[in-house]
Design a protein around this ligand. Structure first.
Ligand code: ZN
Length: 51
């Protein structure tokens, strides 16, 4: 039997569409989300309001 283990890979998550992907070049931050092509994938839609 092969033991199944969880593999944790660091990647990026688009805050606009929720798409997650692993960058080929880890040193370079992607400018746009590969799925929705949004340049603001790393920024939330609305500013967080402090309660
Ligand atoms: Zn996206």
């Amino acid at each position: 039997m092969v033991e199944m283990v969880d593999i944790v890979v660091k990647g990026y998550r688009c805050l606009r569409c929720g798409h997650e992907w692993i960058p080929r070049n880890k040193k370079e931050i992607p400018r746009v989300c590969p799925k929705c092509k949004s340049p603001y994938w790393d920024k939330p839609k609305k500013k967080e309001v402090e309660k």
